[in-house]
Design a protein around this ligand. Structure first.
Ligand code: GCU
Length: 613
């Protein structure tokens, strides 16, 4: 009944479009409408006004608030947040009488009528603001899925595509003292040329899915900084502080009181100050997740942060953390909220998911398939969990489309920028399960080079795949092995192929690099018990895990595993009624937090691994 009503509503709107005979049309794209700034880092360490909470929203399947009936952009669309000047004036929308949603959230779980919805939703938030002498106002979004167009007080301030990385605008000039409003047009429609592309195995949660903040910074502010150990040198802290302007001679200070380390520096003509200083910090590790209070400041600005110091390298087929070989006892995680479903975004969500990973015996997690929220990474750091962070270059992207490449590289740039000081992150992954080919190789090798060029320390990888065996011989072969530091691959022996054959399988990884199994596993409906041969019983999944971990013992140079997946998650590709019900059931924990039998197989194997270290 509900779905029918919905499509009826769409129909009604469609017909009304032409009747609406819009007012004056005007091209609306010019420079003043792009007030986007390079990413301002450590946003939670800055003075800011939160814009989280209730936002009014208007569902707009035909983008009626943006285009006129000739599909020309409107000059006076919904972004004007217009009110009738008199009772007879026709204005066919009103945010203030429209329903509200508690931001951050995805709209799919916030409004059941939007569960399947892909399209445009408009959001409006009113707030009070007073300008402060010498200060700028930066409007910051943690993430908006997928295509965001933003207006403040009816003035366009910019756009952003990509659902999992932050972006910000300088709105100082468009704000008024007193009442203000921000309007965001969000569209999560999928497209072949997007990143991710049309087809992906997770729910396309739409909306303003992470925090929105109005940060206040001095006119000349500290835009970004980097403070980490030099590559492979636990005795040298190096880094830089970058202003938003190419201003020379500005004094900035990096202070780590516990290390009695205080660097007072002067910026160069590029507005950047570099440093490199001998130091003997306690090294961060899963066993000892030591973080230092760090202050980055200048005369009129102080930023506090918590930073850990560790070295991460490879040596042959080993991964070295702080110079010592380490086995990555991991699990893959989607940014799906435990218990309530929907997009996870909060510290509490992160803590719950990571606590289950800890219980499993993990010292590492693969955050799939897109950059997760900053709380997830900072919580992992506090809990002593190493992190693989990935951009959603997933399955079959438009490899030959330069805009698609720019989009992917921008997501990688912003991911690295936001998290460059997070010692928990040890691996940047630039792709997952991508089809071999020249255009793909060019695309991915460029991304891998970009990551290496923009991060002197962390390892680079991607999730390759081994989808078949010759007899019982599985062999990893991928041209991209040259461009990565760690060769990772997904294998589904026992689920998508070679059911019950894992115990006789052997592997060949012809690369002198550490190898990680970035995915393996199978589905089970929690609570369904039966024979080990019955798909989706816990016993089938348990047996699959037993066979796979047995198989792992025979893989030379295996440096880590991250089974697919910690918790059942929503996916539009999982339609087995009564079993999947739009959940990928490969979790070791159900979406309600109940552990399945296979959880304990992995826990025992990690226990054994830990004791053998
Ligand atoms: C793939 C893919 C995942 C997907 C999983 C599955 O390997 O990387 O995103 O969910 O397999 O099929 O369950």
């Amino acid at each position: 009944m509900k779905k029918v009503k919905h499509s009826l509503m769409v129909l009604l709107l469609a017909t009304s479009g032409c009747l609406f005979a819009g007012n004056a049309n005007a091209e609306i794209q010019d420079a003043s409408e792009n007030r986007q700034l390079p990413l301002v880092t450590n946003i939670f360490g800055r003075q800011s006004l939160t814009l989280c909470g209730q936002w009014n929203y208007i569902v707009d399947p035909l983008e009626n608030g943006y285009y006129d009936y000739r599909h020309k952009p409107l000059a006076n669309g919904f972004f004007q947040n217009k009110k009738p000047a008199n009772p007879s004036e026709l204005v066919e929308y009103d945010f203030d009488t429209s329903p509200t949603m508690n931001i951050p959230t995805d709209w799919n779980t916030a409004d059941e009528k939007l569960f399947y919805y892909e399209g445009t939703v408009w959001f409006k938030k009113s707030f009070n603001y007073q300008h402060k002498q010498g200060m700028r106002a930066v409007l910051y979004f943690g993430a908006v899925n997928y295509d965001a167009k933003v207006w403040v007080n009816g003035q366009k301030v910019g756009e952003h595509v990509g659902g999992f990385t932050p972006f910000n605008f300088d709105v100082t000039e468009v704000l008024k003292d007193g009442d203000n409003f921000v309007v965001v047009k969000v569209d999560n429609k999928r497209d072949q040329d997007n990143v991710p592309t049309l087809n992906f195995d997770w729910w396309n949660y739409g909306g303003i899915t992470r925090e929105v903040l109005l940060a206040e910074v001095p006119n000349t502010y500290i835009e970004d900084y980097y403070i980490q150990l030099a590559k492979g040198n636990a005795g040298l802290i190096e880094g830089w502080v970058k202003l938003n302007e190419a201003k020379a001679g500005v004094e900035v200070t990096v202070d780590i009181p516990e290390l009695k380390l205080k660097q007072t520096l002067k910026t160069g003509v590029d507005g950047k100050a570099q440093f490199s200083v001998k130091a003997k910090p306690e090294l961060w590790s899963p066993e000892h997740p030591k973080l230092y209070q760090v202050t980055v400041s200048k005369a009129d600005e102080t930023l506090n942060d918590e930073i850990g110091f560790r070295t991460i390298e490879t040596r042959g087929r080993e991964i070295l953390l702080n110079g010592k070989p380490v086995f990555l006892r991991g699990v893959s995680i989607h940014e799906e909220a435990p218990f309530r479903q929907g997009r996870a975004w909060s510290e509490a969500d992160a803590h719950t998911l990571l606590s289950w990973a800890k219980e499993l015996g993990c010292n590492y997690v693969r955050l799939a398939h897109y950059p997760h929220n900053e709380h997830m990474v900072r919580e992992a750091e506090k809990m002593g969990i190493m992190v693989w962070s990935e951009i959603p270059v997933y399955w079959t992207i438009s490899w030959e489309n330069p805009d698609t490449y720019q989009n992917a590289e921008a997501q990688l740039r912003d991911e690295i920028t936001r998290d460059r000081n997070r010692c928990a992150i040890i691996i940047w992954s630039v792709a997952n399960e991508t089809p071999h080919g020249d255009a793909r190789d060019k695309f991915l090798s460029s991304l891998a080079k970009y990551a290496h060029a923009n991060d002197p320390v962390r390892l680079v990888s991607m999730a390759m795949e081994v989808t078949s065996a010759q007899g019982n011989m599985n062999r990893l072969q991928d041209n991209m092995n040259e461009y990565v530091d760690v060769v990772a691959f997904n294998e589904y022996v026992g689920w998508y192929r070679d059911t019950k054959a894992a115990r006789s399988m052997v592997w060949e990884i012809p690369y002198e690099k550490p190898a990680i199994i970035s995915e393996f596993g199978g589905g089970a409906l929690q609570g369904w018990h039966g024979s080990v041969d019955q798909r989706f019983t816990e016993e089938f999944q348990e047996d699959l895990y037993k066979a796979n971990v047995d198989m792992f013992e025979r893989i030379k140079g295996l440096a880590g595993t991250s089974p697919w997946i910690l918790m059942d998650f929503r996916s539009p590709r999982r339609q087995l009624f009564g079993v999947q019900d739009f959940f990928n059931r490969k979790g070791l924990v159900s979406e309600k937090g109940i552990k399945k039998l296979a959880f304990y197989v992995m826990k025992d194997w990690y226990e054994k691994k830990k004791n053998n270290e």
